[in-house]
Write a protein that binds this ligand. Structure first.
Ligand SMILES: *Cc1c(COP(=O)(O)O)cnc(C)c1O
Length: 461
């Protein structure tokens, strides 16, 4: 009898359509890796067995969503599906105005270019790649104001996504509120390992920023997952529904950017939601330039319908319980065999701690990138680097940014893999761990200018 087999998160669905998986040989995978420059982003999907690269747009849609796709109203303007989406954003997230975008970064682009002026500062609870880049392209400088515990993979703080109010206040005092157009609050914090922010912290951030007339923009991409953690961990929220908690979270903010490809269970889509009419007006104007008319924002009617329905399904308790339960299940199994991971396990992913996994590899020789490549070679499981490669280069000096964390992210697509797949993943990580001492680092072969982790190439040392 094993104590590990927790069944409580069993998938709250049965399978109606299946997509066969392709197995590969070790030899085929070694060849694929060389072709991909040891970057898992450059592997072909057909060469991947279990794909834990990302949970972005990799969701399995429900029959209810697929049925909605058939009701796509593909009018250029004023599509029915836009109004359904708008209604659900208002109902579940509580913002007044909606501007659909093709995905999250489309919304980030709009809000950054509207609110940020050259020389501004944008504080946030740890950076996210596309969010920070859009802030920088608009002339701003991102400032990390997350609590220190977020950078410590072994800290068991229940809300490692919290903002450090002292850091935020110090920035306001240093540069002045006029130079801070808004604070970005991510919930959960992807780069910290899918760690949540508490309601108490959101409330305090709201109070402090209100005093100084600074806006708060929520990165709501994973806010439903965040709501689940609040329900589990924050006093007074045990009995509230996920929908109630989500609504309350949003109430402390002025606007939200959303990648529907995560929480909202679709393959493509996003939006910007706002309470301020003047900013909405500008965003509605600008979206026409970059995405499409303000009632479709780069999406087909059917995509908006699938996302509108995804909003309803995302907050269902059984869904989110199983979603995060699956991630926790893998985390517990890995910890039980001594694999170093970021604790507590996050909402969407398990993060292997590559610094402790491969202590012999220097940060400039890409420990996490190396580990992701080794895991693929071992098993066909695709993961991704979240370390020095993802952190990019310093805008001023041109040197690498050196993040404290060197992580490999095993990200779980929603409603896609079963518990048996989870077991295979655990065994694959264990097999790499058993031969960890033989593993050597890598050097750069090619580096692109923006968001280098997507296309960078490496060579084995
Ligand atoms: C994915 C993601 C984004 C960007 O959204 P895209 O749809 O990929 O453009 C922004 N913030 C967070 C937290 C994300 O996970």
């Amino acid at each position: 009898m094993t104590k590990l087999a927790k069944r409580s998160w069993a998938e709250p669905f049965k399978i109606k359509v299946v997509e066969p998986l392709r197995m590969t040989s070790r030899e085929e995978r070694e060849r694929a890796l060389v072709e991909a420059g040891y970057n898992t982003f450059l592997l072909k999907s057909k060469d991947v067995y279990i794909d834990l690269l990302t949970d972005s747009g990799t969701n399995a849609m429900s029959d209810y969503q697929w049925a909605g796709m058939m009701l796509g109203d593909e009018a250029y303007a004023g599509s029915e599906n836009f109004y359904h989406l708008e209604e659900n954003v208002q109902k579940y997230y509580g913002y007044k105005y909606l501007v659909p975008t093709h995905q999250g970064r489309g919304a980030e682009h709009l809000i950054s270019s509207i609110l940020i002026k050259d020389g501004d500062f944008v504080p946030g609870n740890m950076y996210f790649t596309t969010t920070r880049l859009h802030q920088e392209l608009a002339g701003g400088t991102f400032v990390d104001v997350i609590i220190d515990e977020a950078h410590d993979p072994q800290s068991l703080h229940p809300f490692k996504g919290n903002i450090d109010l002292n850091k935020l206040e110090a920035l306001i005092n240093k540069v002045g509120a006029k130079k801070i157009p808004y604070v970005t609050v991510a919930a959960t914090v992807n780069m910290a390992g899918g760690q949540p922010i508490s309601i108490a912290n959101l409330r305090e951030v709201r109070e402090l920023t209100k005093k100084h007339g600074i806006r708060v923009v929520l990165d709501a991409t994973r806010a439903v997952e965040n709501a689940w953690f609040i329900k589990q961990r924050e006093k007074g929220y045990e009995k509230k529904t996920i929908a109630e908690i989500l609504f309350e979270m949003c109430s402390f903010t002025d606007a939200a950017t959303m990648s529907g490809k995560k929480d909202l269970l679709v393959n493509i889509g996003g939006f910007l939601a706002l309470n301020d009419y003047d900013i909405f007006e500008e965003a509605r104007n600008l979206v026409v330039v970059y995405e499409g008319l303000h009632t479709y924002g780069g999406l087909a009617g059917r995509d908006m319908e699938a996302m509108a329905r995804g909003i309803e399904e995302a907050v269902q308790e059984e869904h989110i319980k199983a979603r995060i339960g699956q991630v926790e299940y893998v985390g517990e199994r890995l910890m039980s065999i001594g694999i170093p991971i970021v604790q507590p396990s996050g909402g969407h992913a398990i993060f292997l701690d590559a610094r402790r996994f491969l202590p012999q590899i220097k940060q400039t020789e890409f420990p996490a990138q190396t580990l992701a490549a080794e895991l693929y070679a071992e098993s066909g499981v695709r993961s991704m680097e979240r370390g020095i490669v993802s952190a990019g280069r310093n805008k001023e000096t041109g040197d690498h940014n050196y993040p404290k964390l060197e992580l490999v992210r095993l990200t779980f697509p929603r409603r896609v893999y079963t518990q048996a797949h989870c077991d295979v993943v655990t065994e694959a990580v264990e097999a790499v761990y058993d031969r960890r001492e033989e593993i050597r680092g890598m050097e750069t072969e090619y580096e692109p200018k923006y968001l280098r982790f997507f296309q960078m190439r490496f060579k084995k040392l």
